[in-house]
Design a protein around this ligand. Structure first.
Ligand SMILES: Nc1nc2c(ncn2[C@@H]2O[C@H](COP(=O)(O)OP(=O)(O)OP(=O)(O)O)[C@@H](O)[C@H]2O)c(=O)[nH]1
Ligand SMILES: [Mg+2]
Length: 174
């Protein structure tokens, strides 16, 4: 099930609804501007009631220097823990590879607010900056959960270190 907790950006909900439909997943959304934490709580209740295997809570993109938005992220965690103290079972930080070295400060600051335990690096198709992933892995010891190499449904791929390293060096896939 997908929960559209980016209630901030106007098109975010409809965009996610399309992906939920394509993937055959359940979908939970609220009004624009609704409290993301309250919505996440409702989504977790619904996912449990419907016995969904996985609930993905999509939160709004934010710059790490926006204090209120960072605190909002912490609130989402506090609120869903009222239903399940062990939630969330995974916190993935999605980084756009085109930001290059700026990714370091993003990971650093997000980790102070929430327990990030995996990275997703997108837009590796459009950049020669994929090397930042190596630096992040080395520095933060965070697993890379997935990489994005395009806009299609199959373009969010599991990360394969060997294949990624060969590609980075311009070697053929094995
Ligand atoms: N080429 C390419 N485009 C991508 C990739 N991942 C996402 N996009 C496109 O980038 C745009 C933004 O993607 P979103 O998924 O909305 O990004 P987001 O991280 O949710 O953005 P915010 O929530 O607004 O911060 C969309 O048009 C996507 O189709 C990728 O790996 N490669
Ligand atoms: Mg988004």
């Amino acid at each position: 099930m997908l929960a559209a907790c980016d209630t901030f950006r106007a098109a975010a909900v409809e965009q996610l609804r399309v992906w939920a439909d394509r993937a055959g997943a359940g979908f939970v959304s609220g009004k624009q501007g609704a409290d993301p934490a309250g919505l996440a709580y409702e989504a977790l209740e619904k996912a449990r009631a419907e016995k969904s295997d996985v609930l993905l809570i999509d939160t709004a993109g934010r710059l790490q220097n926006k204090k209120d938005l960072m605190l909002e992220l912490a609130k989402i965690l506090r609120v869903i823990r009222k239903l399940d103290p062990s939630a969330p079972h995974s916190v993935l930080l999605v980084l756009d590879a085109t930001v290059g070295q700026n990714a370091h400060s993003q990971v650093e600051i997000f980790r102070e607010i929430v327990e990030v335990n995996g990275l997703v690096i997108t837009k590796l198709d459009g950049t020669a900056r994929g090397g930042v992933l190596v630096a992040l892995a080395e520095r933060f010891k965070l697993p890379v959960a997935a990489i994005g190499v395009g806009e299609g449904i199959d373009d969010l791929r599991p990360f394969d270190a060997q294949a990624f390293a060969r590609n980075l060096l311009g070697l053929e896939a094995q």
